[in-house]
Design a protein around this ligand. Sequence first.
Ligand code: PMP
Length: 388
Amino acid sequence: MTERSLLMIPGPINFDPAVLRVLSTPTLSHMSPSFAEIFREVLSNLRKVTFTENAQPLVLAGSGTLAMETALTNLIERGDEALAVDNGHFGARSAEILRSYGVKVDELRYRWGTAARPEDIREKLEQKSYKLVTVTHVDTSTGCRNDVEAIGSVVRDFDALLVVDGVCATAAEPERIDEWGIDVLITASQKALGVPPGLAIVFFSEVALEAYRARRNPVESYFVSLDRWLPIMRSYEEERALYFATPPVNLILALRRSLELILGEGMENVFARHGVVAEAFRSAVKALGLKMVPERDEYAANTMTAVYYPGGVEDGEFRGGMAERGVTVAGGLGTLKGKIFRVGHMGSVNAHDILATIGAMEATLEELGHNVEVGRGLAQAQKILNRM
Ligand code: PMP
């Protein structure tokens, strides 16, 4: 790796230097008025990115999995019933977390490479009463996107909470918390939000907060309990510092900068840029004759793409060849390990990054003896990128 290398995995991403620079600025006291002002701005801008007036954002030190655990443990109690939509590695993780807290989980499983059908969720909710439904917006193991808007319109007809894992989607794929009826949105800093790993972010809607207040038993966690964090977040929103556990000050300063860049570009422009870059990448993959994990174009996410290796191309050799050309891509997860590579194209990604990635792919495939027409993917992608 050099400072000019490209980190094109589906998170952490290649961060904007303007955001990285903030990490090396002097750390503020978490109790200072200046930090309280910054934290207030961050909480307010997080609401703008996710189109919500009233959902309560929490920003904690931790990874996306801590955000998942925070969302779930505050809402469920032992013996509750939950429905987990599972069409990838992270859908299954939600079910695992729920089970580890004594929740009875029904999994609605789909073949990897496909998306959940909202009508199946309706059928399940008609058969049984569930406390909550979990769904992964974009599952990072497959690059498939679930239609959260359509799922939201189903779940709102029932007395169940909709918990969405947006770790690989927030700030790149539209997520309209209020309009779509998302009760809890889980996310993290290291993907399209554009900040190095370390921030777990969760939004609780007013309905979700009511469900938390109506609990019969205490939350089975000390650190992630809303009992601890709601007063803290509310206090910072009023620009008053309040202590429970030391916040990751510099990461929060970096998030302020990143949110400023995202909102400065404009959310609709951000979504459109992700759409064009993703389409350009997929069109190059197709032009090179490679097969993608999403079985249909409509399932394919705009934040990342998972691609099957063609016969004769070995995972380690391919990713090694890419790294030698200055581009890091990811391998597969679970049953797809060794069979696919994954490319992240989110956050501050631009046309140059994706062209460099496609160029490195063509050169590496040729070097490994795969029959490719070098330049074909690039030409195809360029046509689409010209729309930007
Ligand atoms: N959910 C999704 C969709 C993810 O992509 C990830 C991380 N790749 C997680 C949850 C877990 O996040 P973390 O690795 O930051 O704990």
